[in-house]
Design a protein around this ligand. Structure first.
Ligand code: NAD
Ligand code: WQD
Length: 337
């Protein structure tokens, strides 16, 4: 049976993916230091999947812990979500990000190799592309991240490309997510960032539920149809399915796969506001303020390679993204606490 270690498995994308792995009959171990998630998630995952998992509270930088997990459990693959992801914080505290995301990944990869685990899926990001001067990103688009967080993702990608050359038996998927949103359709698991949300969707849903007064829209003067920024929002359930497809593909090909996980259909900030109003029946008050430094007017995925290589494509549209986020937010106005 396929036994998978999922780092960061109680986090937002990890928790949705773990439900899918368990539901597909796989055995799952989760390692998470709970720096950005709650242990409560474990019970919710088990309820949704009807299966149990093994949870280890700990850090990917804890070599002894990783070694004991790999020695005691015969894993054959790792899905590596664990990481810090706040762009602004990464600029203020770069060493924290290099240590957690890059040094932590190195410890994990060393222990995987020691334990002869050769299959790995890594959570990369569209952030690795930076600003190539056009909006539709293919996997061949030049890589030039514009912030520390993005550089940690590119560094780990580079490490894995070199690792694959030195260890041809490794099977590695680098999945570059665009803008993950949405929640499990039960409303039992979803995204609830600690503190003030950095990302658009949790901010909108906290305004809708009454936790925050109004949305600040960063820039209304971009050269886009309505003047607000365009992004490729992708439902977290589609992302989870992409990981299953990648595991399946790696089991058939001894290769290094690099693919975009996006829909290919960009929406503006105002599109998201209006779709959320429709899904929730709530008015979302907003104010258009100045542009956020570092933001691009528009970018989205060319998802063709993921379809060709993984046989995967996103299925859920903007209405489901908003309806599922709203259900989660309404049922859990304070998140997991
Ligand atoms: P998240 O913060 O909800 O989940 C990450 C999990 O990793 C958290 O549960 C956190 O507690 C854990 N973690 C962090 N550092 C750890 C460490 N050193 N040891 C053990 N556990 C640790 O974030 P998410 O949105 O689920 O993102 C998952 C991955 O996908 C991250 O690597 C992120 O960089 C990447 N990604 C996210 C987005 C996004 O917008 N959400 C987009 C592209 C890529
Ligand atoms: C989306 C749009 C904002 C908040 C970030 C990371 C990226 C990836 C995904 C991890 C933009 C606008 C936002 C708000 C707003 N993460 N916005 N008011 O910036 O595209 O990508 O998350 O890999 O690395 O950079 O996502 O959700 O922050 O913003 O107007 O309060 O919403 O300007 O146009 P972004 P986002």
């Amino acid at each position: 049976m396929n036994k998978v270690l999922v780092t960061g498995g109680t986090g937002y994308i990890g928790s949705h993916t773990v439900v899918k792995l368990l539901s597909a009959g796989m055995e799952v171990l989760v390692l998470d230091n709970l720096s950005n998630s709650s242990k409560e998630v474990v019970g919710r995952i088990e309820k949704l999947s009807g299966k149990s998992l093994q949870f280890f509270e700990g850090d990917i930088r804890d070599r002894a812990l990783l070694r004991s997990i790999f020695e005691r459990h015969s894993c054959n693959s790792v899905i590596h979500f664990a990481g810090l992801k706040a762009v602004g914080e990464s600029e203020e505290q770069p060493l924290k990000y290099f240590d957690n995301n890059v040094a932590g990944s190195i410890v994990l990869f060393e222990e995987m190799i020691r334990a002869r685990i050769h299959t790995l899926i890594f959570s990369s990001s569209a952030t690795v592309y930076g600003d190539p001067g056009y909006a539709c990103y293919q996997e061949s688009t030049p890589l030039s991240p514009m912030n520390t967080y993005g550089r940690t993702k590119l560094m780990v990608e580079d490490i894995l490309r070199d690792l694959k050359k030195a260890n041809p038996e490794m099977q590695i998927a680098l999945l570059r997510y665009f803008n993950p949103v949405g929640a499990h359709e039960s409303g039992d698991i979803g995204e609830h960032p600690f503190g003030v949300p950095n990302n658009l969707m949790p901010f909108i849903s906290q305004v809708a539920v009454g936790t925050r007064e109004k949305l600040m829209i960063y820039g209304g003067d971009y050269s886009t149809p309505d003047g607000t920024g365009l992004r490729d929002y992708i439902h977290v359930e589609d992302l989870g399915a992409g990981h299953l497809a990648a595991l399946h593909s790696l089991s058939e090909n001894n290769s290094l796969i690099t693919v975009n996980l996006g829909t290919g259909h960009p929406y503006s900030v105002l599109d998201m506001v209006h779709a959320f109003e429709k899904a929730s029946g709530k008015k979302i008050p907003y104010e258009i303020i100045g542009r956020r430094p570092g933001d691009l007017p528009e970018y989205y995925a060319d998802p063709a390679l993921a379809k060709k290589v993984l046989g995967w494509e996103a299925k859920l549209g903007i209405d489901r993204m908003c309806a599922d986020t709203w259900r989660w937010q309404q049922q859990n106005p304070q998140g997991y606490s």
